[in-house]
Design a protein around this ligand. Sequence first.
Ligand code: TRP
Length: 456
Amino acid sequence: MANEQSIHGIWTARWTFVLAATGSAVGLGNIWKFPYMTGVNGGGAFVLVYLVCIACIGMPILLAEVLLGRRGRASPINTMHSLAAEARATPFWGGIGWMGAVAGVLILSFYSVVGGWVVAYCWLALKGGFTGQTAEQVAATFSDLLANPQALIAWHTLFLAMTMGVVVRGIHKGLELAVQIMMPGLFLMLLGLLFYVMTLDAFPQGFAFMFSADFSKLNGDSVLSALGHSFFSLSLGMGAIMAYGAYMARERHLGKTVLIIGTLDTLAALMAGLVIFTIVFQNGLEPAAGPALMFQTLPLAFGKLPGGMLIGTVFFILVTFAAWTSAISLGEPAVAWAVESRRLSRLQASLILGVLVWALGVACALAFNHWSHITISMGDLFTLNIFDFLDKLTTNIMLPLGGLLICIFVGWVMDSAIVRKEADLHHPLLYRSWLFLVRFVAPAGILMVMLNPLFQ
Ligand code: TRP
């Protein structure tokens, strides 16, 4: 036990792990989900609750996942098998790894379709496709894209090829190289855009939308969505972080490393919110919800802005980087497992996974047009198309369930002497608080989020 290296290699430097984990965490969730949630849930009041959730639930589970990976030194499936054996627990704990790898494949299939939209919008912005457009024209551009299966599938194929093209090259020439270029690039672009919007008249309005605390808009639901999102935003529950932890060198500051990742993820979300809302308000528009914000409202605003072609292109390249580095971490656990246990080469494993994800993604793309009538329903509980079904199944059920099981395994099943040693939290009080959060607070929080819909 406690191997020093995985068969896939080891990150070259401590920073590479931080960049890779932050790359996984900072994704579409930060850029369009979080800002909007903040706006409608009472701004600063919501941010405050979110920070508490990140600190009390997100970061403790993040530490638990890294700890598991670093001890097991293999893909999440094999890591969980060997750690269950070490703890003399039932091999069923390996199910955490399996569920995670399957969730990764399912998420990647619809994430790649959305990633394709983002790449398509980079191209559109670069061509000046938004300049001088009316609101109707911009809205039609998006609905025409969704109605066009060939275009959707082509962009999905491109995004997936970009993702698997990195995974296939392995840790050093693939993952590490990609995050070393994209993550600094992402933060530089975000900072550049932030400085730019600070010069606009609407900056105070954007700032107020994000930060002025309106506690009256805060209710039980907003607390639960803050909780659920803190979890989602850190990419927890599916083994992505566990897989990256397996490539980590022994170092003495796991707690600090986790703190840095959580902080960067939150900063990215807050900065994205300021940029987006200032640009929206600067053009006298109202912030919309969901995909409409990024693919309709913002392009309209870019089209009206002096220099909007440049700003819009930078923005969509930034979102591409965010989605791309997240997508890589969705594919890595399954590929790592196939290389370890099926004796496939990385090329074979990536090709098989790529084809599988591609086919599922095509089904998701068709859900917007030819197959829009095909739905999956369960009594009165839900009726969803394929795209939404995969989203809800993974985000609302598989990821929280994975997180819950990880908390139980680390908090209750593993040998506590090993956990204490691996957690590397030098201060006894810090260690005990962390263990308390992992044993009680995080599982209770996750259960509340998962069961909430049943009581609606
Ligand atoms: N954290 C990503 C985001 O904010 C989304 C995500 C959730 C994710 N779970 C994941 C990404 C697992 C990679 C792996 O958009």
